[in-house]
Design a binder for this molecule. Structure first.
Ligand code: NAP
Length: 300
């Protein structure tokens, strides 16, 4: 029941109708009988400052931040945790005594999604496709774990080189166009191959990731940050070839669980969060023309 004492948390994004965070967090609050509610907050870029003042005025206790505000939110915060400083982006805000404190839980969330599956990261060679915000969070998480053999492949060598420059000089990260021989060489040696692009989000999408599967080691672990569909073409191919495959659901749950713990001080019920997410994706997730989640039945 929502009362005058219910604590409110929201997710700032634009659009935000596709986000599964409200589903996941409200299920977690209900499971632990915590008097919190989590709401989607669609905020256009021009209104971000007003929205932030509004959160304070209305007495929100926290927020998540998603595209396109993860970087532009920083000037509105009073303090940045080291996690957000490292990634250069914020996905979680704690509002304490009228102060905004920014965190990034994507980075550790990705790492925990692997360790939760008993995957050892130490000493591994990693290849990442994509050089956007998610790739940056993943690289920061890997560097924190002491992984320093990372290759970034993108559709543009220039973007790959710019991305590499975001990390401290001396870090062993190389960037290349994924059509180059250097990329094929890197995937032939890698232990973990990760898709950090949106390629595969739509089953009708014609673009495919440029993987020469013959070159990939048979014991390489194949990850995709996408969780809908649960098995992208990339993961399906990898699974058919006998690889261990990991989709983005674990990362979504872990980053959410870490945020939940910052807001509530309670251990997040991860299995409940994952179950709600997987059920929803399996049974009723479709996006309408405005990118808002609707049930499949509504669409038909
Ligand atoms: P982003 O900042 O927009 O970066 C996307 C990257 O993919 C860029 O390097 C972009 O290259 C590349 N790319 C996009 N479309 C491409 C195409 N058609 N062909 C080749 N390269 C393409 O996005 P992001 O925030 O990093 O998110 C990437 C993916 O991760 C999304 O699918 C997102 O849903 C997912 N994600 C999942 C989680 C989770 O918790 N599971 C968390 C964060 C993100 P250009 O720069 O050349 O455009």
């Amino acid at each position: 029941m929502i009362t005058g004492k219910t604590k409110t948390i929201g997710i700032l994004g634009y659009p935000v109708g596709h986000s599964l965070s409200p589903l996941m967090h409200n299920a977690a609050f209900a499971a632990l009988e915590l008097d919190y509610i989590y709401v989607p907050l669609p905020v256009a870029p021009d209104h971000l400052g007003q929205a932030m003042a509004g959160l304070k005025a209305i007495g929100f206790v926290g927020a998540n931040v998603t595209i396109p505000h993860k970087v532009t939110i920083i000037p509105y915060l009073d303090e940045l945790d080291r996690s957000a400083e490292l990634v250069g982006a914020v996905n979680t805000i704690v509002i304490r005594k009228g102060r905004f404190i920014g965190y990034n839980t994507d980075s550790l969330g990705f790492i925990q999604s692997l360790t939760a599956k008993n995957i050892t990261i130490k000493g591994k060679k990693v290849v990442i496709m994509g050089a956007g915000g998610a790739a940056r969070a993943v690289v920061c998480g890997l560097l924190e774990q002491g992984i320093d053999q990372i290759t970034i492949g993108t559709r543009s060598n220039l973007k790959a080189q710019e991305f590499v420059k975001l990390f401290p000089a001396g870090t062993n990260i190389q960037g290349c166009d994924w059509q180059e021989e250097l990329f094929t060489e890197a995937i032939s040696q890698c232990d973990i191959l990760i898709n950090c692009t949106p390629i595969g989000m739509s089953s009708s999408q014609e673009v495919e990731l440029p993987i020469n599967w013959q070159k990939v080691q048979s014991n390489a672990i194949i990850c995709d940050l996408i969780y809908n569909p649960p098995l992208t073409n990339f993961l399906t191919e990898a699974k058919n070839r006998g690889h261990i495959v990991i989709n983005g659901a674990g990362m979504l749950v872990e980053q959410g669980a870490l945020a939940f713990e910052l807001w509530t001080g309670q251990i997040a019920p991860r299995s409940i969060m994952l179950k709600n997410l997987e059920n929803f994706v399996a049974n009723c997730m479709e996006l309408d023309k405005d990118n808002i989640i609707v049930s499949r039945k509504t669409l038909k």
